[in-house]
Design a protein around this ligand. Structure first.
Ligand SMILES: [Zn+2]
Length: 157
């Protein structure tokens, strides 16, 4: 959820009225750049943003790329990732919100405190805040992002 340049890690709209809500981070800086005639859409300060959502930088970049159906890359020395193509900033933010809502929030308490693991090609979430453990239910296994997580997540928590 986005409000006043802040990304609230929550699916509850009322969170924006909660001034003491802990799980919020500044919106990432997203810019366009022309690389030898090809427009790319860059997300800057990648390490800080990924620490904020507790996600691996490469997995994050790939998940958004699969949502946009484009190729992507991570430039670690310069601390940015990019998606090939000229995408509206809102579309990138919508994809990020989708990713957070679908994969990074606890289904029980809605806090972004979950650890994802896999057992027999099924993703499970364990919440560090409330202890809830369950399979990731809201996603079909045909989902491209689900498949990316399956490929990159460790077997054991
Ligand atoms: Zn929880």
């Amino acid at each position: 959820m986005i409000h006043n340049s802040t990304l609230f890690l929550s699916s509850d709209e009322n969170t924006i009225f909660d001034t003491s809500y802990r799980y919020k981070i500044p919106l990432p800086s997203i810019k366009k750049e022309n690389k030898k005639g090809t427009i790319i859409t860059k997300l800057e300060n990648l390490d800080k943003f990924c620490r904020g959502i507790e996600m691996d930088e490469n997995v994050f970049c790939k998940c958004i790329a699969s949502k946009l159906s484009c190729s992507s890359g991570v430039n670690s020395p310069e601390n940015y990732c990019f998606w090939k193509g000229d995408y509206p900033i809102q579309e990138i933010l919508d994809s990020i919100c989708f990713l957070i809502r679908s994969f990074l929030l606890c289904v029980q308490c809605d806090k972004p405190e979950i650890i994802i693991s896999k057992k027999k090609q099924t993703l499970h979430q364990r919440c560090k805040a409330c202890g809830h453990i369950s399979p990731l239910q809201n996603n079909s296994k045909n989902d491209k992002i689900y498949q990316i997580f399956l490929k990159h997540v460790q077997t054991k928590i």
